[in-house]
Design a binder for this molecule. Structure first.
Ligand SMILES: NC(=O)c1ccc[n+]([C@@H]2O[C@H](COP(=O)([O-])OP(=O)(O)OC[C@H]3O[C@@H](n4cnc5c(N)ncnc54)[C@H](OP(=O)(O)O)[C@@H]3O)[C@@H](O)[C@H]2O)c1
Length: 282
């Protein structure tokens, strides 16, 4: 496993397991399968309603807590009471600290919530901070009002939508990109692009592995979601080959601006109003 060094001097693995849309039972299995097959980074969120199960998967793996890079996200409905929400998140995960805590969406009082996350860093409950789905303008707003620079921004990124402009903006402050939907949420039209099939044959890898290798060579950390043990194994087996500059350039031509998700003001307002009881999960 290769690692990236972040702007606060800590290190994060380049590949992790994503758990979006996974029922608790599936999330626990995926986390267990990932950690017992070499993964060290796990991505969850309040909103996935599977943090307790993720915590069980961590425990079942038998790994020590400090061997795992645990990532979760605060949902907008808890921003107003973020100090307590961080404690509740830790309790659900059955963990003493979180390696990386994101604000999930730019809705509500996100500056106030970020300040609460900063207090959690000072209290040793969180190691690094991040912003998820924040566009440049709102990242700037948070940075101007707070002390700790985000270590990561987690955004949709894949060969159709590589987030080139955002990455250029983040580079001077050393903020890394964690790509969600790294495989386009499994979209066959992306995964089966002829360039990936060609390179998969050349390197003896699958198309998905070529895409994930493109990500890590582009500087992204990836968190592919999978319930399939063979896919989980494959998705971390990308460190024994290197795409050439010409191949990276060829893949870059797939940038079409196509994204699978766009936030509207109405959607963001809806997120703020979505306030389930996060403790009510098995
Ligand atoms: N911050 C945010 O707002 C946000 C939003 C969305 C997602 N995320 C995070 O990003 C993670 C990744 O997103 P995602 O899981 O939705 O999409 P994804 O990783 O792009 O794609 C997952 C899909 O690809 C398939 N797949 C995985 N590995 C494969 C392989 N080696 N070969 C062929 N197919 C493969 C999976 O099916 P199988 O189960 O059959 O392998 C699944 O259908 C999430 O789990 C979550 O942690 C964050």
């Amino acid at each position: 496993m290769d690692f990236i060094t972040l702007n606060n001097g800590t290190k994060a693995p380049l590949v992790g397991i994503g758990t979006f849309l996974m029922q608790p039972k599936d999330a626990e299995e995926a986390v267990y399968n990932a950690l017992t097959n070499g993964y060290r980074l796990v991505d969850t969120a309040n909103g996935y309603m599977n943090e307790k199960a993720v915590g069980r998967g961590l425990k079942r793996s038998g790994l020590k807590r400090e061997e795992i890079y645990l990532v979760t996200k605060l949902w907008p409905s808890v921003y107003a009471d973020a100090d307590n929400a961080i404690d509740a998140t830790l309790k659900r995960l059955d963990a003493d600290y979180i390696d990386l805590l994101f604000l999930h969406q730019p809705a509500g009082d996100y500056v106030g919530a970020y300040k609460a996350m900063e207090r959690a860093v000072k209290a040793g409950k969180v190691k690094s901070l991040g912003l998820s789905n924040f566009p440049e303008e709102q990242i700037q707003e948070v940075i101007a009002a707070t002390e700790i620079k985000p270590a990561f921004v987690q955004v949709e990124a894949h060969p159709y939508f590589p987030e080139t402009a955002l990455k250029a903006y983040l580079k001077p402050m050393g903020t890394a990109v964690m790509a969600w939907y790294p495989l386009g949420h499994g979209d066959k039209s992306l995964v089966e692009e002829p360039v990936f099939t060609k390179l998969a044959e050349k390197y003896g890898k699958s198309n998905a592995q070529i895409i994930l290798r493109w990500h890590t060579q582009s500087g992204n950390v990836v968190i592919p979601g999978s319930k399939n043990v063979q896919h989980i194994r494959d998705n971390i087996d990308i460190f024994d080959f290197i795409l050439t500059d010409e191949e990276m350039t060829e893949i870059a031509k797939l940038d079409s601006g196509k994204r699978y998700y766009t936030a509207t003001p109405e959607a963001l307002q809806g997120y703020l109003n979505f306030a389930p009881d996060f403790d009510a999960q098995p």
